[in-house]
Design a protein around this ligand. Structure first.
Ligand SMILES: *Cc1c(COP(=O)(O)O)cnc(C)c1O
Length: 358
């Protein structure tokens, strides 16, 4: 369940009223204010509000002039939207298999996947933890490639102390309702430290217009609207507290699940992890899901199918990525949101521990 409207409810309602009264619904004062507030919160010089996280990725690639004939190296373990965004600009997603411990794209596999057509590397900061950005930066600089960061699960996350989205050339965020910062509908943002890239994306999101009715670039229509921007402005001040709550609950899960026979809990590898999800690995997933469901505990799988094996990607002739495919059979996301109580976490952990190995 999405943790909609909690302590932020009064300010969200006030924001909605403010927009209704203003009569301004597209590219007005709320979006401009949210862009500067989100940039500041994210440690980036610029933010550009767009229609979704998927569009944020596609707009960055488009702004980098990546298109037909080009390849973008990305991970097979993510929301498929990461790879679909590459296809939206006409480029080919090329999959590099995951690091089996971190579960993010493997830097050695990236190095092995580079060809003369490669134009960018697109890592995903999965479940709230950054990809191995130091190793990826070495590969990227060796080949002179830009890194585009998929930060859709990593609001306020850092990688070795650096804010995600500012390590590569730009970062893409989603405000889908269940993300760590969610709107009451679709929304997204690009962050970057490069002023010229931010300006280009501002044009591209609005039909490529330089000014009204003058279309200089082949843009698209992907604007964060005033209503969602106002709602996000009401919620942004809570994000730090929500992130702290996620981290505290995740630490409790780690303590309570230590030595549980049927699951492996991936170790946290970066203190900047923001726990969008709390994911464990189990060879007995169906059994464990049933066991938890019988106790009223709902779980989900992020993700049951490697993107490299999705039918929609078949025409891209993806490399198979066996490590991701194997992990996809074992992933299980336990309940986690900032409103969860310690007691609920202990109950879930107790139920998980009841299931024996084998
Ligand atoms: C949610 C998500 C997306 C897509 O974001 P939308 O706003 O739904 O388009 C892309 N990548 C990752 C890793 C995501 O979690």
């Amino acid at each position: 369940m999405s943790p909609a409207l909690r302590e932020d409810a009064p300010s969200v309602r006030a924001a909605i009223d403010r927009v209704v009264t203003s009569g301004s619904f597209i590219l007005g004062a709320e979006v401009a204010a949210f862009e500067s507030e989100f940039a500041a919160a994210s440690g980036a010089a610029h933010a550009v509000g767009v229609g979704s996280g998927t569009d944020a990725i596609a707009l960055i690639l488009r702004a980098l002039d990546i298109g037909p004939g080009d390849e973008v190296i990305t991970t097979p373990l993510s929301a498929a939207f990461t790879a679909l965004a590459v296809m939206m600009v006409g480029a080919r997603p090329v999959f590099a298999d995951i690091d089996p411990t971190r579960l993010t794209i493997g830097p050695d596999a990236v190095a092995a996947a580079v060809t003369a057509r490669t134009r960018a590397i697109l890592p995903v900061h999965l479940y709230g933890q950054s990809a191995d950005m130091e190793a990826l930066a070495r590969v990227a600089s060796h080949h002179g490639l830009p890194i585009v960061e998929d930060c859709c699960q990593a609001h306020l996350a850092t990688a070795a102390g650096r804010p995600v989205g500012t390590i590569g050339v730009a970062g893409a965020f989603s405000f889908y309702p269940t993300k760590n910062l969610g709107a009451l509908g679709d929304g997204g943002a690009v962050v970057t430290n490069e002023a010229s890239l931010a300006e280009r994306i501002k044009r591209l999101r609005n039909g490529g217009q330089s000014h009204r009715c003058h279309h200089e670039l082949p843009g698209i229509n992907s604007r964060l609207d005033e209503m969602q921007a106002a709602i996000l402005r009401a919620r942004l001040p809570h994000l730090g507290g929500w992130t702290a709550a996620r981290r505290r609950l995740a630490a409790l899960y780690h303590a309570e699940l230590a030595g549980a026979p049927a699951v492996t809990v991936p170790p946290p590898l970066d203190a900047g992890h923001v726990y969008h999800l709390f994911v464990v690995l189990t060879p007995r997933r169906t059994r464990l899901q049933q066991h938890l469901a019988a106790r009223g505990i709902d779980t989900l799988v992020h993700y049951p199918v490697s993107i490299a094996r999705q039918p929609a990607l078949a025409a891209m002739a993806p490399a198979d990525c066996p490590r991701a495919a194997r992990i996809c059979d074992e992933l299980l996301s336990l309940p986690l949101h900032p409103g969860l109580t310690d007691r609920a976490v202990r109950q879930v952990a107790t139920a998980v521990r009841e299931l024996q190995e084998g």
